[in-house]
Design a protein around this ligand. Structure first.
Ligand code: ADP
Ligand code: ADP
Ligand code: MG
Length: 452
């Protein structure tokens, strides 16, 4: 196998490292903004694929396929974001004689339309959030459905992702306007104006189950708790979920495995659920058919390398799925460091990193593609580093997370690090008791309260 990595940033370095450990040669692709980037340096070879805008480089299928042929790569790993959940790209790879490291185009499209995925979940016996069967095409249809669902409800773009394309509607009076806006925005952002409705579950926890399939069978690798979010984007994730009752946990694993089996899922995937904090009822929200940003916390507690397993899978698996799973040990926490200004509404903060010190020591894992002197480009996602810690139990992991964050220094660009440091000090984090609305309530109360 010779592997082309169709991505950039920390996930490209993550995938290249896994391949290198298997003795697999790697091909990095890069845009003009990424010449000399870390993923280019550590790959066996590299190919320039276009100008900085992603549509002309990391989303440019022709350029990426051409780079694979030119370099003799016979497999492509898409990472997350960009082309990772693009069924047409997965099919194009196969048609071009290139292995796509991920599920087949059929599974990607079954799950890629979030409205249709709800139907697939229902057929597999998996509970979904009360809402519409499929998409809603008109305001009149949405109004009829809202009588059954109640308010508040969410309008969600069927093609949405990355926390975008979701609108909350508090009452019947604002439904028509919000519906029209949601459709317009979805068309602009995702090229698809299909939307569907879901009851707004609150207070809720976002808990997701890692799955891995071989097309015939699937296993779960326990869960991640990802409720610490701002604008529906995850800031901190943990494995396992603190305080989740054992019976609920087991039922969620069964549901995630049943859904994976129902679509003959191949490779690594994540089944996302909301858990109603009052009743502990859980509801499917979506399946991500790719490696997830927060996969390292699962790796640390499960003692598995998910990207290595993805590569084994693409290479014709010679390990049984059961060999991947074991009893989880200890607790892991991931903190996302974004080049954004928490004091200016999280506005992106591109520029040159003039100084950078990373935490080290026991139980600390870093995933980053930048260092002092690196340029943070305005063209791409603002995630610049992930600090991941493991320790024997959750209280120890929280202490280690604080210690690690205390060692982190990033100069030249604004980052979310100071916010993460403060979040780690909250009693909610200490106790592991928080819901998806906690971070925003906490941010609001800080704004109102006295500034230190
Ligand atoms: P995770 O659960 O892995 O964090 P996210 O939903 O936060 O997943 O997305 C991870 C990455 O994928 C981010 O870089 C995000 O911007 C990108 N992404 C996910 N879905 C889409 C989409 N439909 N369109 C564009 N980017 C997306
Ligand atoms: P994306 O594809 O952008 O990741 P998701 O459907 O996974 O979108 O939802 C992202 C986040 O939005 C969830 O983690 C949760 O915090 C919130 N959310 C989604 N659906 C609901 C819902 N029905 N009720 C309450 N919150 C929701
Ligand atoms: Mg999601």
């Amino acid at each position: 196998m010779k592997l082309l990595v169709a991505n950039r940033g920390e996930i490209a370095t993550r995938v290249i490292r896994a391949a290198t450990e298997l003795g697999v040669e790697t091909v990095a692709v890069y845009s003009e903004a990424d010449a000399g980037a870390r993923h280019v340096v550590i790959a066996t070879e590299s190919v320039l694929i276009g100008p900085p805008p992603a549509t002309q480089s990391y989303l440019n299928m022709d350029a990426i396929v051409a780079a694979a042929h030119a370099s003799g790569a016979d497999a492509i790993h898409p990472g997350y974001g960009f082309l990772a959940e693009n069924a047409a790209f997965a099919q194009r790879c196969i048609d071009e004689g290139i292995r796509f490291v991920g599920p087949d185009a059929r599974a990607i499209s079954l799950m890629g339309d979030k409205a249709a995925a709800r139907g697939t979940a229902v057929s597999a016996g998996v509970p979904v959030v009360p809402g519409t069967e499929g998409g809603v095409a008109s305001v009149a249809e949405a109004e009829r459905a809202s009588e059954r669902i109640g308010f508040p409800l969410l309008i969600k773009a069927a093609a949405g992702g990355g926390g975008r394309g979701i609108k909350i509607v508090h009452d019947a009076a604002s439904l028509a306007d919000e519906m029209t806006m949601a459709q317009t925005e979805a068309r602009a952002a995702f090229g698809d104006d299909a939307v569907y409705l879901e009851k707004f579950i609150a207070p809720a926890r976002h808990i997701e189950v890692q799955v891995f399939g071989d097309g015939l069978d699937a296993v779960h690798l326990y869960e991640r708790e990802c409720s610490l979010q701002r604008r529906r984007q995850k800031l901190i994730e943990e494995a396992l979920a603190p305080g989740l009752p054992e019976d609920v946990r087991r039922e969620m694993y069964s549901a995630a495995v049943a859904l994976s089996q129902a679509v003959s899922y191949e490779g690594a995937g994540t089944v996302e659920f909301l858990v109603d904090q009052n009743t502990n009822e859980f509801f499917f929200i979506e399946m991500n058919t790719r490696i997830q940003v927060e996969h390292p916390v699962t790796e640390l507690v499960c003692g598995v390398d998910l990207v290595r397993e993805q590569l084994h899978q693409a290479n014709g698996r010679n390990r049984s799925l059961d060999q991947m799973t074991s009893t989880p040990r200890g607790a892991a926490i991931e903190m996302r460091i974004n080049a954004e200004d928490p004091d200016n509404d999280f506005f992106p903060s591109p520029g040159t990193i003039t100084g950078m010190e990373l935490p080290m020591g026991p139980g600390v894992r870093i995933s980053t593609a930048v260092t002092a002197g690196s340029e943070v480009s305005p063209y791409y996602d603002s995630l610049i580093a992930k600090i991941i810690v493991w320790d024997v139990d959750r209280p120890a992991a929280v202490r280690r997370a604080k210690r690690a964050m205390g060692e982190l220094l990033v100069e030249g660009v604004k980052t979310t690090a100071p916010l993460i440091v403060d979040l780690l000090q909250t009693p909610e984090m200490a106790d592991g008791v928080y819901d998806t609305g906690f971070v925003e309530r906490w941010l609001d109360s800080r704004q109102e309260g006295p500034q230190p």
